[in-house]
Design a protein around this ligand. Structure first.
Ligand code: SF4
Length: 175
């Protein structure tokens, strides 16, 4: 299930250039979920194509994971103005589209605090939950959520890079 072209289910439609749908393999065993499209994603219509996306691509390649073997998406499909955090009502409006992307995955990787909160209500600091395994109910079917750092947090923080790298290695073992 995808949002209709021109979706106006939440206020984020006002500032977007385009809806940013998931990219990758629709039948992927693992789905990576970030917070929201940024400026470049909004311009190009694909998730994780900006600076943090490039870092994610590089780390995936270094670990021998083909990005196209994954599904990559965001909790909301339209860019929040000024890259602010998506609001709860915006996440709720977009959630049915997210849930349909998460259906029948062996694992869901939450990239960053906002995705962890949106997907499983996790509020703990990232360092306390990174690479844990959290049961996740997706429309009555249980899968596993792996919290990890957002690639943007990895640009300057070695500890975050190591955490994300460990996640990528775990993902590789699931493919
Ligand atoms: S964020 Fe989701 S619900 Fe809101 S307008 Fe965009 S596609 Fe529709």
């Amino acid at each position: 299930m995808e949002p209709e072209e021109g979706c106006r289910l939440c206020g984020l439609h006002q500032g977007r250039s385009r809806i940013v749908l998931a990219s990758g393999d629709p039948a992927a065993r693992v789905c990576l979920v970030g917070e929201a499209p940024g400026e470049k994603e909004d311009r190009e219509g694909s998730p994780f194509v900006g600076r943090s996306g490039k870092l994610l691509d590089r780390m995936l390649a270094e670990e021998g994971v083909d990005r196209s073997s994954l599904l990559i998406t965001n909790t909301v499909k339209c860019r929040p103005p000024g890259n602010r955090d998506p609001r709860p009502e915006e996440m709720a409006a977009c959630r049915p589209f997210l849930l349909s992307e998460l259906a029948e995955r062996d694992a869901v990787v939450a990239l960053g605090r906002s995705a962890c909160r949106a997907l499983a209500g996790l509020e703990a600091p990232m360092k306390d939950i990174v690479n844990s395994r959290v049961p996740l109910d997706v429309d009555g079917n249980e899968t596993v959520l792996i919290p990890t750092y957002h690639p943007a947090a990895c640009i300057y923080r070695k500890e975050a890079r190591e955490g994300l790298r460990e996640t990528i290695r775990a993902v590789k073992g699931m493919l």
